[in-house]
Design a protein around this ligand. Structure first.
Ligand code: GRF
Length: 209
């Protein structure tokens, strides 16, 4: 499978950094062909440029419709021969032009155990609901917001006294491990999607774990 990643961001870029670091230490066999932010002030753009990864801003404000913006994203990604698109804090709904151009080739990371708490402020939703366990989900992107086949999930306990911020910080640590693992799983191939289920290439057995 084409191991050239296109990473879409809107801000801080710590998950982008986790991918950069995992590639640097050989834990993730991939390269980042392009980082695209919809916001000029995204700190993640600087993280990419610091390691000489091409990083551009493509503002959604310059486009009249969501589809026109998505088509522009597709053009930039294809121009760099990107094989897998990684959403990493990209605060835009992804529409049909992008999904159809990269079917089952777009990943997103979300800071809850989906299908609980999709959408914005997932960590605050978890605190407000009073769950005892939350976590992180990496999933394939479909037209359903935060609803695509689940590739990796990791649980993070909610500790008494947690705020949305303290929980978010602990979930983020787990995100930084989960995202490179999920990208590697996708790039290694052999998996399939059955309905809404992601079926990995091999199930771990007691002999191999
Ligand atoms: C992460 O919590 C991610 O799960 C969510 O947005 C946040 C992005 O953080 N989708 P960063 O920009 O990767 O630091």
């Amino acid at each position: 499978m084409n191991r050239r990643l296109g990473v879409l961001i809107s801000g801080r870029g710590s998950n982008l950094q986790a991918l950069i670091d995992a590639i640097a230490i050989g834990r993730l066999d991939a390269s980042i062909a392009i980082v695209i932010s919809n916001r000029e002030d995204a700190a993640g753009l600087d993280r990419a440029r610091a390691t000489e990864i091409e990083a551009i801003c493509l503002s959604h404000r310059a486009f009249a419709t969501r589809d026109a913006y998505d088509r522009a994203l597709v053009k930039e990604l294809r121009a760099r021969d990107v094989g897998l698109v990684c959403l990493a804090g990209f605060m835009r709904l992804v529409g049909a032009p992008l999904i159809e151009a990269f079917p089952n080739r777009i990943l997103n990371i979300h800071p809850s155990l989906l299908p609980a708490f999709p959408g914005l402020d997932a960590q605050k939703q978890a605190i407000d609901h009073g769950v005892k366990i939350s976590g992180v989900t990496v999933h394939l992107v479909t037209a359903e917001l935060d609803g695509g086949p689940i590739v990796v999930q990791r649980a993070v306990p909610v500790i008494p006294g947690d705020t949305a911020d303290s929980l978010a910080a602990r979930i983020l640590e787990e995100e930084h491990r989960a995202y490179p693992d999920a990208v590697q799983t996708i790039l290694d191939g052999g998996w399939r999607v059955e309905g809404r289920r992601f079926v990995p290439a091999r199930f771990p057995t007691s002999a191999s774990t």
